[in-house]
Design a protein around this ligand. Structure first.
Ligand SMILES: [Zn+2]
Length: 327
């Protein structure tokens, strides 16, 4: 999601234009309708983008670059096709085995606290912030902050504290990140592994989308001080966790695809040309009906500004759960 607050003023303009350029090129490439995407399904192959960190949350102007992991139109098509294939597999499985589709889900959560040393600056955040984070997630996903209720609840199963300076800060896409996750990840596809630490490139977090084959990289990485009561000014109410888990449950950003095409694949989130930062009330970047969804958890605004998922997003997450993560 964004920049360090002290960089916000001087970075904001440059980032916005860079991001817009990226999105314009995506729109120009076009987004094919779902029906066409089906036929393009890469038969059985894993269609996850090579770099599966397709969903970082950044502060405005992070590292002076566009978000490195924004999905291209091609990646969206591949993911849509993969979801369709996964749903077909599940339908066949259900027809044969009588398995039921879940309507409510309690997700077991394991939190790995990566520390450089025993100091707070070295990553040693208290358990109280973690339990507060779980409460924030449960409120957000239950619609308790003003949005639609989703099927999901979260149950903290374990806090795993790891002191390893070679994993701190956590660097997106690094061999150290792969080593960390390979060593620490636990559970099946339904288990949410959260990694907390200082992060590279001023990032607030990143996540993996669901895949048919469980990867040891599966999970979400969140800036430790973004937890409720942390020190990340404007981003310390726990909504980075909410946002990243939205990706883990197959949501795209509300600005995915810009004003054109199928956008984020959800009909009740109005199209948005580019990420919104801070809290720009009344922003309206596309001619289609509806103001920009700046209060949606899948935009880039301040934690104090975002408070909802939509019914369409809740439906998309549950569909993906039953396709990818249900036992
Ligand atoms: Zn994101």
């Amino acid at each position: 999601m964004g920049l360090r607050p002290n960089l916000l003023t001087r970075r904001a303009a440059g980032v916005a234009s860079t991001t817009l350029a990226l999105l314009l090129s995506t729109a120009a490439a076009g987004v094919v309708p779902a029906a066409s995407a089906f036929s393009a399904a890469p038969g059985g192959a894993c269609a996850e983008p090579t770099d599966s960190h397709a969903n970082a949350r950044v502060r405005p102007g992070a590292a002076g670059t566009h978000e490195p992991n924004e999905l291209t139109a091609k990646q969206v098509r591949e993911r849509d096709a993969d979801l369709a294939a996964a749903l077909r597999e599940r339908a066949n499985y259900r027809a044969g085995a009588g398995a039921t589709t879940l309507a409510t889900v309690t997700i077991p959560v394991v939190v790995h606290v990566i520390q450089e040393n025993s100091t707070r600056a070295g990553g040693n955040i208290p358990d109280s912030l973690i339990t507060s984070q779980i409460s924030v997630l449960n409120q957000a996903y239950a619609g308790g902050t003003g949005g639609a209720a989703t099927a999901f609840a979260f149950r903290l199963d374990k806090i795993n504290r790891v002191t390893n300076p070679s994993w701190y800060p956590i660097v997106d896409g690094s061999s150290a990140e792969r080593s960390m996750k390979s060593s620490l990840r636990v559970g099946g596809k339904n288990t949410l592994n959260i990694y907390l630490g200082e992060l590279s490139d001023d990032l607030l977090g990143w996540a993996t989308f669901p895949q048919r084959k469980l990867s040891s990289m599966d999970g979400v990485v969140v800036l430790n001080e973004s937890l409720p009561g942390g020190t990340a000014t404007n981003y310390n109410q726990g909504d980075t966790g909410t946002h990243e888990i939205g990706h883990w449950l197959n949501l795209y950003h509300t600005f995915q695809g810009g004003c054109g095409g199928s956008g984020d694949g959800v009909s009740d989130t109005p199209a948005e040309a580019s990420p919104a930062f801070e809290c720009p009330t009344g922003r309206n970047t596309c001619s289609a009906t509806g103001l920009d969804p700046i209060t949606n958890f899948m935009d880039y605004t301040y934690d104090s500004c975002m408070y909802q998922f939509t019914a369409g997003q809740a439906s998309r997450m549950l569909t993906a759960w039953n396709a990818y993560r249900a036992a």
